[in-house]
Each structure stands twice: as C-alpha cells, then as structure tokens.
Design a protein around this ligand. Structure first.
Ligand code: UDP
Length: 320
C-alpha cells in the first residue's frame, strides 16, 4: 500500500481520511500547521506506527517538496476554510489557498506522485439549479466581495491541479465537497451544524442568518471520506472533478428546528441579519444541491447517512 501524504490531516475531514487510509493499510504522513485543525483530532493515531505527523505549512516549499518525494499518493486538503476565516482574514486565506496549493500540486507533478485536491461546492456560487452537476456554470459575485475569494481561489486551484496533471501525465482527482458534516468539526469558523448543536446544548439562542429560507444539502464525513479514497484508486476518475455530499436538502430554519428537537433544547431561534453575522456586503447562496450521478457511476457512491443521523453524530460527540 502506498504511503499517503495528507495535507490538512489534522483537520476535520483530513483526520477522518487518515483514519480511513490507515484502516485500508496505508502509511499516512500528515502535514498540518494546526491553524484550524488540532492535535486532538489525530491523538488516537499517535501510537500507530502507520502515522507520522509533521507540523508545518503548505507555504513551506522545501518541506512540501521533501514530504511529497516520500509519498506514493497525495491528498491535499490543507486550506484556509470556513466563511468566518475567509471574511476575517481575506489576504492570508488567499495566499494559503492559492500558493499553498500550487506548492503541493507542483511538487506532486514533478515527483510523479498521483494527487487529489479538495475543492468545494462554493465554486458554483449563486447557481441555484435544481441539481448542480460538475459542468454547471459558476455564478460568482464581485471579486471585491471577500465572500467570493474562497470560490475564486478554489476555482484557480482546480485549474492549476488539472493543468499540471495534463502537462506531466500524473493522475489527479478533484473532490467538490458539499457541506460535509461530522464529529471533530468545529463551529468556530462558520459551519452551521456544529454551531447550532453547540448553541442548542448550551441553551443559547440558535442563530439563523437572514431569513433561514436558504437551503443546503448536508453530507456525512463517513460517506464522503471512503469515496475520496475510492476515487483516487479509480483510473476512470483521474482528470475529473467529482461532486461528493449528501442527498437530503433542508432550509437553515428547518435545520434549526431539527437540532432543537433532536437535542431536546429549549433554545430560541434568533434571526440574525447577514450584515451582523459577517459584516456589510455579504452575499449568501439560496440553494446548493449536488448532482451525485458521476460519483455513483465511477465508484457506486450512494450516501447512507440521513440528515437526522448526521445531526445526531454531532450531538453525541458534544454530549460525550
Ligand atoms: N448559518 C447560520 N447560522 C450560523 C452559521 C451559518 O444561519 O450560525 C448559515 C449560513 O449563513 C449559510 C448556511 O448556514 O446560509 C450554511 O453555512 P456554512 O458556513 O455552514 O456553509 P456554507 O454553505 O455557507 O459554505
């Protein structure tokens, strides 16, 4: 089994991916700067001879080069993530998401190491089609609005990843992740489900932004992570971007109600204007549903976790 370098391996999705890769028999090398990830997410892997952790940044070109050269596969998940991070630190986020990714991808292509990068449903922007397939148009707001900088950077990351792959012949897969949720996810940087669960369990008001009519489709990390490994191993997936997420859609107001019910909380729901939550000029998207046909065709992807299961996982983790 190839040694896998996982950038961002101490993050929420990255740490679950490391667990899965170790279970499959891979050695895992984690590069993480612990900015939004945490050592606690990988503490249980510390004693495993299959895992090595290097604390460092994807901005460190020499370190990235050294670690990529050691690996037989690269999963690049490290990024500045969360709507709050992007809006609060737009320049630093852009740097990491653009140049950090270029460092990783360029090294992987140069060393001939197959690579996958995590992208996002954010890249579709305000396209509120019934289902977004991988060729759907991107409808982004002004580049001067920092909300769109994440989508802009990730769109460029996809281009850089694919063009390096075409030029070098080294396989590459792109994962477009739609609102992935699960244990180890923090609500500190945005991420509505852990925020609502934390608020409900603490008896604080549940803060619904805007009207709460905006809709999202939440996917379980336990559906998405095995699919990431399977796509990397599937030659038909190479050279493609593939949507991954769940099937069940809910408005944010409905989500608040489900969280209240499942936690048994008496918290009020408080409607917070976007301006108050994120500052002036913030734009949200009304709807975002993945078309999962491609992942289904390539690897038989069929998400098993319902929205209530996903919320319960987050509740159980907080309550334990
Ligand atoms: N949201 C909310 N209250 C919160 C955090 C988020 O109403 O405390 C809303 C947010 O404005 C968006 C949706 O929940 O409409 C999903 O937000 P998240 O940051 O989880 O992901 P996004 O889909 O925006 O990337």
């Amino acid at each position: 089994m190839a040694k896998a370098l996982v950038t961002g391996g101490a993050g929420f999705i990255g740490s679950h991916l490391c667990d899965h890769l170790v279970a499959l028999g891979h050695e895992v090398l984690i590069l993480d700067d612990l900015s939004t990830g945490s050592a606690a997410n990988i503490a249980h892997l510390r004693s495993s001879p299959a895992m090595r952790f290097v604390q460092g940044s994807i901005m460190d070109k020499a370190l990235v080069d050294e670690l990529v050269a050691e690996a037989g596969l690269v999963f690049h998940l490290a990024a500045a993530v969360g709507v709050h991070t992007i809006v609060d630190k737009p320049l630093a986020s852009l740097h990491v998401n653009l140049y950090g990714t270029e460092n990783v991808v360029e090294a992987a292509a140069r060393h001939g190491v197959p690579y996958a990068i995590a992208s996002t449903s954010e890249i579709y922007g305000k396209n509120d089609a019934e289902l977004l397939d991988e060729d759907a148009d991107r409808i982004l707001g002004s580049p001067l609005k920092s909300r769109w900088s994440y989508a802009a950077a990730k769109g460029l990351d996809e281009l850089v990843a694919m063009e390096h792959s075409r030029a070098s012949g080294v396989p590459c897969v792109i994962f477009r992740l739609f609102n992935v949720v699960g244990s180890r996810q923090t609500g500190r940087y945005g991420m509505v489900v852990p925020r609502f669960v934390g608020q409900a369990l603490n008896g604080e008001p549940i803060t619904v932004h805007g009207t709460g009519r905006q809709r999202r489709c939440f996917g379980s990390v336990h559906d998405v992570v095995p699919a990431m490994a399977a796509l990397m191993a599937e030659p038909e997936a190479h050279g493609r971007a593939v949507n991954l997420g769940g099937r069940e859609e809910a408005s944010i107001a409905e989500l608040a109600d489900r969280v209240r019910e499942l936690t048994g909380s008496a918290s009020d729901v408080r409607f917070v204007p976007y301006r108050e939550a994120y500052g002036p000029g913030f734009e949200d998207m009304e709807r975002r549903m993945p078309d999962l046909t491609l992942a289904g065709r390539l690897i038989g992807y069929a998400p098993q976790y319902r929205l209530d299961d996903i919320i319960k996982t987050v509740i159980d983790e907080r309550a334990s």
